[in-house]
Design a protein around this ligand. Structure first.
Ligand code: GGG
Length: 351
């Protein structure tokens, strides 16, 4: 019996609908080559579903998704149809919170052949571990009366301990350096607590070198000296900001991937490109599918198909290294489909 995995597809909005089918083509090819099977089930959740039904995802949708091994998501949001807070709060954030996807792992690596905006194109390779279920995204607050809005970040001991432990383990498996993004100089309650709990957990990992940096200084250091970083731990909001910067350093937001993980595997984990729905280029067939392929490789890795994951990233990097087939965000003229075809042809060689 081949190993079988059931994958929920949520292409979502905008270019999500263009990149997910290309990811499915590549993953299907890898499955055949590496002796496992992927059963894909597509779900219509997104902004059009919201306009038709009044919710981004119905209650039974969450139940259906629980039955899958993983979720492969494209992008969510279309500000022409619904405000961004309605769509993000309606789908992505509830999935992360209900399914306890408390780790958001976002690798930042300079891919071969892709120019970075940095002098000398330094070969940086770090990961951001973003807390994904509470903090500034907890959703606490409200508009109390006319012109009084309250949005409260929530940091719990359980939430900070588990993400700190994950980041420390991740650093231990790499170069053993953890930089913690904070802003405890200004946020004297939540982030002083965040720093204290991370420090406490870190006592169990004396082999990991620990440093704290205020997020503003950290952002500057990512630009000036990205080689110093190994693993960065950040709160929900700070992690979101820092990883868009990391995406820009990688040469395009069409490159970085994002894994929303429940490390205990009580719920399906979710894999997505970092980029959003990009309404400005949606429908043109020119979205860069590399972030979606990278997210697919992270999904295969998490499912235990490590060889297939390695083959996919090797094929992607063989294409970027050649630099012939690239989408407009990387200065080329290729379509989404042409980049996929190039990756598939490299898979013939590397698989
Ligand atoms: N594919 C990712 C996506 O659709 N992102 C939209 C977005 O606004 N994300 C913010 C977040 O990840 O917190």
């Amino acid at each position: 019996m081949p190993r079988r995995y059931s994958i929920a597809l949520i292409p979502g909005d905008g270019i999500g609908q263009e990149v997910i089918p290309e990811g499915v083509r590549v993953l299907g090819t890898l499955a055949r080559r590496h002796g496992f099977a992927l059963d894909f089930t597509e779900y219509p959740y997104g902004t059009d579903y919201y306009l038709a039904h009044g919710v981004m995802i119905p209650e039974e949708g969450f139940e259906a998704l629980k039955g899958h091994d993983a979720i492969y998501l494209g992008a969510v949001g279309d500000p022409r149809k619904a405000p961004d807070h309605v769509t993000l709060r309606g789908l992505l954030i509830p999935l992360r919170q209900r399914f306890e996807l408390y780790v958001n792992l976002r690798p930042a690596r300079a891919l071969a052949g892709v120019p970075t905006p940095l002098k000398g194109d330094p070969p940086f390779d770090f990961e951001v571990v973003r807390e994904n279920a509470e903090g500034e995204y907890a959703g606490a607050g409200g508009v109390l009366s006319d012109e009084v809005a309250v949005q409260t970040a929530i940091f719990t001991r359980k939430g900070v301990e588990r993400i700190a432990r994950y980041a420390l383990k991740r650093a231990r498996s790499r170069k053993k350096r953890l930089t913690v993004a904070t802003k405890s100089n200004a946020l004297q309650h939540g982030l002083v607590f965040w720093d204290r709990v991370v420090r406490e957990v870190a006592r169990d990992y004396p082999d990991v070198e620990l440093a704290f940096m205020h997020a503003d200084a950290l952002a500057a250091a990512m630009v000036k000296d990205p080689l110093r970083f190994d693993v960065i731990l950040a709160t929900n909001l700070l992690g979101d900001l820092l990883t868009d910067l990391a995406g820009a350093l990688q040469g395009s937001l069409g490159i970085p991937a994002s894994a929303n993980l429940n490390p205990e595997r009580r719920f399906p984990s979710m894999f997505e490109p970092v980029h959003g729905s990009a309404p400005d280029i949606a429908g043109k067939g020119i979205a860069n599918p590399i972030a979606t392929f990278w997210a697919g490789a992270m999904m295969l890795d998490f499912l235990g198909e490590n060889e297939a994951a390695r083959a996919l990233m090797a094929a992607v990097e063989a294409v970027t290294a050649e630099g012939r087939v690239k989408t407009p965000d990387l200065g080329g003229k290729a379509t989404t489909r042409e980049v996929t075809d190039a990756v598939l042809s490299k898979l013939e060689v590397v698989a």
